[in-house]
Design a protein around this ligand. Structure first.
Ligand SMILES: C[S@@+](CC[C@H](N)C(=O)[O-])C[C@H]1O[C@@H](n2cnc3c(N)ncnc32)[C@H](O)[C@@H]1O
Length: 211
């Protein structure tokens, strides 16, 4: 499925923006009225199943591609490969992996559990990325962070921090590697859906600036 609205130039994706997204995705199935909270829920639900769990705007993708320039990136839990598609289109050397990618992907995604993907690619990749690691999922997000950090490589994560609705419990609660977060050098962060607090984080060892 092509999601052409990613080339739209909405500055923020608030309720009105979400309505435009819904129109782009659902066409005539969407009512012309502004969505109420339940419409928003349905739109986000549809969006997550057909596009992505985060909201990768053109501006964010440009910023993220700039951050990754000259690097080889491993993405774990890549879903349908939408972010991979955006990054590859911007020239980033991007390896996308997922334990259970959907039947129809938007860009190539290697069928690989995160732990195995880390073992396979940690030496050749400079940075590991993930977006919306499953809440209370396996702790392979922590495994990925540990393995990249201890080699002096970067870890960039999209989602809700501090025990929000993304990431494994072990990841947020672990002090084994002294996890801390800072804002990476990114010009444009992701917008959030209503009630969601999405951010792009850099995972670092303790002692650095906290988000
Ligand atoms: C909430 S979705 C996020 C998908 C995508 N990153 C996004 O932002 O739209 C979580 C993804 O993680 C994948 N996943 C779950 N457990 C995994 C594991 N142990 N290893 C690799 N991928 C996993 C799922 O198959 C799913 O595609």
């Amino acid at each position: 499925m092509e999601n052409h609205y990613f080339e739209m130039e909405e500055e923020t994706f608030n309720r009105e923006g979400a309505h435009l997204v819904a129109k782009a995705l659902l066409g005539t199935l969407c009512s012309a009225d502004m969505p109420n909270r339940w419409d928003m829920y349905a739109i986000r639900n549809y969006f997550c199943r057909n596009a992505a769990w985060c909201f990768p705007t053109v501006e964010w993708a440009d910023s993220m591609a700039a951050l990754c320039e000259g690097k080889k990136v491993l993405e774990i839990g890549a879903g349908n490969g939408l972010i991979a598609k955006l990054m590859r289109a911007r020239g980033v050397d991007w390896v996308a992996t997922d334990a259970a990618p959907p039947e129809r992907v938007l860009s190539e995604v290697e069928y690989l559990r995160a732990g195995h993907a880390v073992d396979k690619y940690v030496d050749e990749c400079d940075l590991v990325f993930w977006s919306w690691w499953p809440y209370e999922g396996s702790a392979e997000d922590l495994y990925a962070a540990e393995n990249f950090l201890k080699r002096g490589k970067r870890v960039i994560v999209v989602g809700e921090s501090g025990g929000g609705c993304t990431g494994s419990r072990d990841f947020w609660e672990s002090d084994d590697i002294g996890i801390n977060y800072r804002v990476p050098e990114i010009r444009e962060d992701l917008p959030s859906w209503d009630g969601i607090h999405d951010h792009t984080h850099e995972v670092v060892n303790s002692g650095e600036e906290v988000w």
